[in-house]
Design a protein around this ligand. Structure first.
Ligand SMILES: NC(=O)c1ccc[n+]([C@@H]2O[C@H](COP(=O)([O-])OP(=O)(O)OC[C@H]3O[C@@H](n4cnc5c(N)ncnc54)[C@H](OP(=O)(O)O)[C@@H]3O)[C@@H](O)[C@H]2O)c1
Ligand SMILES: *[C@@H]1O[C@H](CO)[C@@H](O)[C@H](O)[C@H]1NC(C)=O
Length: 310
């Protein structure tokens, strides 16, 4: 008996590992084929996650259109990418398009420019965003509007402007970087959480409506990432927060998250959570035991208030 199991288990084990590796390899090959020579538009490419996405999609052989408000930073990134060492696949010199997502008029003009770069768009990666810190009672409504303009109305307008050309080709993929805060709201982040909840809702609708045209929609919800997001966050009075929060500093590296974004896009995933166990559990708690979730958030708000006042 002993002899039989020991002779049977080893080959079985090796077989499983082999099949699994082969499966992974095939999956990676499919992702690579999907993104090689694909026209990928990335918003917020000047910093943080967007910049790392630019690097991984460039290396995968995508034809990039890099967007942001800072023309110099976009050009610097282009030079850095094109100067990088020879890669396995053929790479393409990126284009840059500079515009403010909070300016509806600028989006119309930018869309024409984006479409001119390579003639069409295969993947739109809505990544740009701004965060917020403040108590609701202290916050000017203009601040709520600013966050919604950048995180919600901007991506919505850009997506709508690019959709007709995708529908005509019956091909396209809209990706949006939301947040765990698009699924649960934590205190003193009202405007940000609201903008991300709205984003989730809009792009879930879009997915259903676009299925008939074979256009894919991917919503990605990361937990904390170590970027400048909290430094660039807006506060209750509209000023810049300018603090690197501990939670953000301890977040995942943007390089790793960018690799996960590339994989999710390559696999045409519909909804992806990129976070540790605790935030993932909190999402279930909000649905299954809302009373408990609300009291946890209330005690978190009390604690944060106390820290601020002491
Ligand atoms: N960091 C985190 O912990 C975390 C967690 C979950 C989700 N996210 C999401 O990840 C995305 C990327 O953020 P990040 O962490 O990489 O932050 P980041 O380093 O501050 O980058 C934000 C990017 O958005 C662009 N941007 C901001 N306002 C804009 C506007 N009005 N018009 C055009 N572009 C604008 C910025 O470019 P310019 O300044 O050059 O315009 C910058 O490239 C955001 O959607 C964010 O909500 C971040
Ligand atoms: C954060 O901002 C600084 C100063 O603008 C910049 O040098 C740095 O590269 C940024 N970090 C990330 C992760 O984008």
């Amino acid at each position: 008996m002993d002899f039989i199991t020991s002779t049977a288990i080893l080959p079985l084990l090796f077989g499983c590992v082999g099949v699994f590796s082969l499966f992974k390899l095939l999956q990676r090959m499919r992702t690579n084929a999907y993104l090689r020579n694909a026209v990928v538009v990335i918003t917020g490419a000047t910093s943080g996650l967007g910049r790392e996405c630019a690097r991984v999609f460039y290396t995968a052989g995508a034809k990039l259109v890099l967007c942001g408000r800072n023309r110099e930073a976009l050009e610097e990134l282009t030079e850095e990418l094109t100067a990088s060492l020879a890669t396995k696949v053929q790479t393409h010199r990126p284009y840059t398009v500079t515009f403010d997502l909070a300016d509806p008029g600028a989006i119309v003009a930018a869309t024409a420019e984006i479409l001119q770069c390579f003639g069409h768009v295969d993947v739109l990666l809505n990544n740009a965003g701004i965060s917020y810190r403040g108590a609701i009672v202290d916050t000017a409504t203009d601040v709520d509007k600013k966050v919604m303009e950048t995180n919600y109305f901007g991506p919505v307008a850009l997506t709508k402007a690019l959709l007709p050309s995708m529908i005509k080709r019956r091909q396209g993929h809209v990706v949006v970087i939301s947040s765990i805060q698009g699924k649960i709201s934590i205190p003193f982040r009202s405007a940000y959480a609201a903008s991300k909840h709205a984003t989730q809702a809009f792009f879930d609708c879009l997915r259903a409506e676009m299925e008939q045209y074979e256009i894919e929609v991917t919503v990605i919800s990361p937990g904390y990432i170590h970027t400048n997001l909290s430094l660039n966050a807006v506060t209750a009075d509209g000023s810049t927060y300018g603090v690197m929060d501990k939670t953000t500093a301890q977040g995942r590296s943007p390089v790793e998250v960018a690799r996960d974004v590339l994989a999710a896009v390559g696999k045409k995933k519909k909804d992806v959570i990129l976070a540790d166990l605790l935030p993932s559990l909190a999402i279930y708690l909000r649905t299954l035991a809302p009373g408990l979730f609300f009291s946890l958030m209330a005690s978190r708000a009390r604690k944060e208030r106390k820290c601020k006042n002491s």
